[in-house]
Design a protein around this ligand. Sequence first.
Ligand SMILES: Nc1ncnc2c1ncn2[C@@H]1O[C@H](COP(=O)(O)OP(=O)(O)OP(=O)(O)O)[C@@H](O)[C@H]1O
Ligand SMILES: [Mg+2]
Length: 335
Amino acid sequence: MSIISVTDLHKHFKVNKHRSGLAGAVRGLFSTESTLVRAVDGISFSVEPGELVGYLGPNGAGKSTTLKMLTGLLVPTSGQLLSNGHVPWRERKTYVARIGAVFGQRTTLWWDLPVIESLELLQYVYKVPRERFRHNLAEFRELLELGPFLNTPVRSLSLGQRMRADICAALLHEPDLLFLDEPTIGLDVVAKERIRQFIRHINRERGVTVLLTTHDLSDVEKLCERVMIIDHGRLLYDGQLAALRDRFGGKRELVVDFAEDEGAAADLSVDGATIIERDGPRVVYSFGRETISASGLISLLSARYRIRDLSVREPDIEDTIRRIYEERLLEKPSN
Ligand SMILES: Nc1ncnc2c1ncn2[C@@H]1O[C@H](COP(=O)(O)OP(=O)(O)OP(=O)(O)O)[C@@H](O)[C@H]1O
Ligand SMILES: [Mg+2]
């Protein structure tokens, strides 16, 4: 049975129309003119226990709004949502006892308290048995390298330290489900990697189901098999990351180093591939999956010429996803 099940979920915000200038602002105070922002506009999906799913989309797509509904912070305008057996905003107290959430943009810890005291307060709030708390803290302290700043007030932490403390705080009560909204935002590569390893660990070793939003596609490539892509509040894609690349991945490239004496004179062109670079004996071909396979191209070339070395370059996921955002490649024709 699914751990999260979302059906035709909507969240609309009424926003007062902005007027420019002082006169406009004064008029705006007395006017009821407003526009409707469809932040989430009819989304359906389900997540199975133990999955680690990437929830992607450009700025303003509706990701955080979805996560806020999933964590019970916002009440949907319409639609159904069942998560871990609860309707999040209706049964908030029992629900939050079994979930964890990290919103990368802000901390859930007490600003003026040392990290350890914040964590102890959470132990009390969530009624985590003493032994479990001690055991979990020891494990997370090591994996997240919390030791050096456990006694530092949260307000004095660096961004990377604060994020690690927040992630620890979200997991001390052993939730079944973890929602992460940009947990690697603004972090350096080392800090990002540490957080990725930790997310993978708690998903694999502890079986925690994770829903993750991020703008860092390395996070996605390293962590998620399944991704959902949303834009303008609608789901554009829900499926395997690998399939996304196969379908929308653009062209691949074959880099060939010909034996010197194949000579500059040779034509070297092949049906189904285009030469995009030529530098002495090195030639770069671009080819689409629909016209020729890499092995087909390689056997054609090696039947005709002597080859010293070759390599295939796959289009990177960043390009693929950018193309989807820009061209809205996945958009179905409206009916
Ligand atoms: N409380 C609110 N009141 C009015 N509009 C809102 C509110 N919260 C979000 N929105 C609007 O809803 C849309 C979706 O916002 P949301 O924060 O969910 O996007 P996001 O996908 O998380 O973007 P980002 O990647 O920038 O974090 C945006 O147009 C945003 O301005
Ligand atoms: Mg957001």
